[in-house]
Ligand binder design. Structure first.
Ligand SMILES: Cc1ncc(COP(=O)(O)O)c(C=O)c1O
Length: 381
């Protein structure tokens, strides 16, 4: 079966952090940890970047004409969410915005809440901003990871100034449904807790019967109490082209507080990032559709292979290209190391709040995924 992504691109000798950091360049370890894809970008993006390079002048950049309108129309078309130009704050990456959002409210010693397991920054932001972390544990119920809302209700209090929401949810692969989002919002709003929603994986929903819902779009009062973070980097595989993300903050006071925190700290996005993002949103919907279909195929293949491996299990991945694999039945003291020695660098679940799990990135060519599976089976044997 041929695809847009044939033949596979050799990344071992590139500057890829995913391949280079764990696998010294002369070794044969496969990088399957960091959350970027090994799939080539859309031709339209490459053309737009080349065109910008041909200008040959790289002074400070600003959003190209039509940039905000393109995003405003996209959010309305995809999620029926009407946002206004004034609500945008342009930022380099999404992760810095998590820190600005946490820092912009309250004071040292306040609480910051987030689900656990989670993308590691969500677990670290509180401590690194001199706040206290309040975890909300997640449990696997009928093949899907769910937040413990009883625990959330019991531990949240008026000192909890921010709830950091990751949706779609890295590493557990969930697309939170409307009921879950309404529950999060209800608990946060009744405690005066601001919601900072990282929705960077929003465009990579794999299940055809699921739909991403920006939490802020649910009601005007939620909109007024939230910061929503988006970027084209995950869906269009652009993290190496330079940071460009946008925070949408409808509440003017919150927006001013956020902007004060980022002032002088956040760098300006570069011309190539603007050119790539513009092309992605304007010209690459067909590419995205094919990519989602390819990832869906990878996910289904991975899921059926994992089901056949003794000691491993994974919940169904509803979005993105990250599988959260339960390895506790292997009884290994360091499962990460065992698979690394077997030639596959996965993410250690310990960093995301569960040392009995590993995260596998299947955003790669199918032949690489097949080799990953082969090596994992050999490791288990
Ligand atoms: C949920 C989530 N947020 C943010 C990021 C990184 O965003 P950025 O590179 O824009 O800081 C990642 C990357 O893995 C992610 O999974």
């Amino acid at each position: 079966m041929s695809s847009l992504f044939d033949p596979p691109i050799e990344r071992r000798r590139s500057d890829s952090a995913k391949w280079g950091q764990v696998a010294r360049r002369d070794t044969d370890v496969i990088g399957a940890w960091l959350a970027d894809m090994d799939l080539p970008s859309a031709d339209k993006i490459i053309e737009a970047v080349k065109e910008r390079l041909d200008e040959r002048v790289f002074g400070y950049s600003m959003p190209p004409s039509g940039f905000f309108q393109l995003i405003i129309e996209r959010l309305e078309r995809k999620y029926a969410w009407k946002v206004e130009r004034d609500w945008f704050v342009i930022q380099p990456g999404v992760v810095p915005s998590l820190f600005f959002a946490t820092n912009c409210l309250g004071e040292y010693g306040d609480r910051v809440m987030a689900a656990r397991p989670n993308y590691h920054y969500f677990l670290e932001t509180a401590e690194r901003t001199d706040r206290l972390f309040q975890p909300v544990d997640c449990h696997l119920t009928q093949d899907r990871w769910e937040m413990d809302f009883d625990q959330m209700r019991q531990t949240i209090n008026p000192k909890t100034r921010a709830f950091l929401l990751c949706n779609p949810f890295n590493p557990v692969g969930r697309v939170l449904d409307q009921q879950e989002l309404e529950t999060v919002a209800e608990i946060c709003l009744s405690n005066g807790t601001m919601i900072c929603a990282d929705e960077i994986h929003a465009e990579l929903v794999l299940d055809e019967d699921k739909q991403h819902i920006p939490i802020a779009s649910l009601a005007p009062e939620i909109e007024q109490n939230s910061i929503t973070l988006f970027s084209a980097a995950k869906a269009f595989n652009l993290p190496g082209i330079g940071g460009l993300s946008f925070a949408i903050i409808p509440n003017p006071e919150l927006r001013a507080a956020f902007s004060r925190r980022s002032y002088g700290v956040a760098t300006h996005p570069g011309a190539l990032a603007y050119a790539a993002t513009m092309a992605a949103y304007r010209d690459c919907d067909d590419w995205l559709e094919e990519t989602i279909s390819y990832l869906r195929g990878n996910r289904d293949y991975l899921q059926s292979e994992i089901a056949q491996m003794n000691g491993l299990s994974m919940a169904h991945v509803e979005a993105s290209f990250l599988a959260w694999i339960d390895v506790k039945d292997l009884g290994l003291s360091n499962p990460y190391q065992a698979f690394l020695e077997g030639g596959v660098a996965l993410s250690d679940g310990k960093e995301m709040g569960r040392s009995d799990h590993l995260r596998l990135n299947f955003g790669c060519h199918r032949s690489i995924l097949e080799e990953i599976i082969r090596r994992m089976k050999l490791t288990l044997a």
